[in-house]
Design a protein around this ligand. Structure first.
Ligand code: PMP
Length: 459
């Protein structure tokens, strides 16, 4: 007889009618979903009343924590004032104007203009059209190719998933679209072997130069990368990597795009990840923490260099979404950014809670199952390995990660697993005591994972 508990009525209804993203829906329907009921601060609560520390800030987005009255009130007020209007028809509205000015103020100096979307995927689709239109306007329409990285993530729309380098996504739906090329990622732990990390960083960055020369300088439009790859496994590049990418983009005159959907709005200890890693992009994709998830909103920060060209096309830029600059989304983002500013959350990540969590997280590196513990700002990873001295992968990739993730969830801490890499990105408001809980729980979870792997003959 199966030991799987009977599904509740709610779980059955969910299984019958809800098609879940990034899920094996058939399998999920058998085991049933965990139904989340409410949330406050850094905690979520399921309908059975279990309290779980959300070490992933939702999907990397709930930066200021849950149940923030200031944001909820701002959204409510805006909905009463003007629930919806677009900015297509030579129109604008107060929250769009205020947020645009605020974004120009907090972003690097080359950015003064913003195009709004409802998500990060749409931001990246917008970028594909912007960079190709940029080059066409400059009289180089053959400059079409955008270079990204294997194991990068740029969204789930056809454009976003094409820019991304997730092979399992390309396998479904006939991707990538034409004119997208991928080079290797700066993943020293997994792919750097015995090479010095900084030398490795330079070497993988130079794959961009090789690709540009192979494809032809006059055909390449742009390079796109996440300052820190998030979904790919919190891959923090060696310090040498981004300056070398910048040098190559400058040398060949190609546009540099930072996908800041995860890193943007403080996660790495600066407003944007490009500031932490020392490069100056021409375009920035953002979403997630711009509103801490209280409303779906994202967009593209457009540098003066790109905006000046797009202003000169002599025609409409034929692109936009019904929910571009949605008033409630803009109101949520303004209130959220004001919290980040007023509570000095970025300074806190840079000078206080960031260094504290980084130090405590690094202690987990001495666990027999942990090949590497890394973190920048409040985004980190633990690499699980059956033989840490060799940084060896597990024979059955993903099994250890899944076991660890489930034990962690059951222990009251959400960590995400990518392959056998455990990911952590808690809300910016996480306290010192909560950090202590995270590290203590993670160590206990690692012990139990090691035992279970032995019992199942997986390690
Ligand atoms: N870019 C990056 C770096 C992301 O992490 C994500 C989402 N995880 C996206 C783009 C896509 O954003 P969205 O899910 O809002 O479409």
């Amino acid at each position: 007889m199966s030991q799987v508990p009977a599904l509740s009525l709610l779980q059955q209804t969910d299984a019958r009618h809800h098609f879940h993203p990034f899920s094996d829906n058939h399998e999920l329907a058998q085991i049933g979903t965990r139904i989340i009921d409410r949330a406050e601060g850094v905690y979520i609560y399921d309908i059975e009343g279990n309290r779980i520390l959300d070490g992933m800030s939702g999907l990397w987005n709930v930066a200021v924590g849950y149940d923030r009255k200031e944001i909820i009130d701002a959204i409510t007020k805006q909905l009463h004032q003007l629930a919806y209007y677009n900015t297509f028809f030579k129109t604008s509205h107060m929250p769009a104007i205020e947020l645009s000015e605020l974004l120009a103020e907090i972003s690097p100096p080359q950015f003064n203009r913003v195009f709004y979307t409802s998500s990060g995927s749409e931001a990246n689709d917008t970028i594909i059209r912007m960079v190709r239109t940029y080059w066409a306007t400059k009289g180089a329409p053959e400059r079409q190719v955008i270079i990204g990285r294997w194991n990068g993530y740029h969204g789930s729309t056809i454009g976003g998933a094409s820019l991304g380098g997730m092979k399992y996504m390309h396998a479904q739906g006939g991707l990538p679209i034409s004119g997208i090329h991928h080079i290797d990622q700066p993943y020293w732990y997994g792919e750097g072997g015995d090479e010095d990390p900084e030398a490795f960083g330079i070497r993988v960055a130079r794959q961009l130069e090789t690709a540009i020369l192979e494809i032809g300088v006059d055909k390449v439009a742009a390079f796109i990368g996440e300052p820190v790859q998030g979904a790919g496994g919190v891959i923090i590049p060696p310090k040498s990597y981004w300056p070398e990418i910048q040098r190559i983009c400058n040398q060949y005159g190609i546009l540099l795009i930072a996908d800041e959907v995860i890193c943007g709005f403080g996660r790495t200890g600066n407003w944007f990840g490009c500031q932490t890693f020392g490069f100056e992009p021409d375009l920035i994709a953002f979403a997630k923490a711009v509103s801490s998830g209280y409303q779906p909103i994202g967009g593209v920060l457009v540098s003066d260099k790109v905006a000046d060209v797009l202003d000169s096309i002599g025609d409409d830029f034929n692109h936009g979404y019904t929910n571009s600059a949605h008033p409630a989304g803009c109101a949520a983002a303004i209130a959220n950014i004001r919290i980040i500013q007023n509570e000095k959350l970025i300074e806190r990540i840079r000078d206080d809670i960031g260094p504290y969590l980084q130090t405590r997280w690094a202690e987990l590196g001495d666990h027999p199952l942990v090949g590497e513990a890394r973190m920048v700002g409040l985004i980190g990873a633990l690499e699980l390995s059956p033989d840490k001295a060799r940084r060896a992968p597990f024979a059955k990739v993903g099994s250890a990660g899944m076991i660890c993730r489930d034990i962690s969830f059951a222990s009251g801490l959400i960590m995400r697993a990518t392959r056998d890499t455990m990911l952590l990105a808690p809300p910016f408001i996480v306290s010192h005591d909560e950090v202590d809980f995270i590290v203590k729980t993670a160590r206990d979870v690692l012990d139990r994972t090691a035992l279970e792997l032995k019992e199942r003959g997986l390690a």
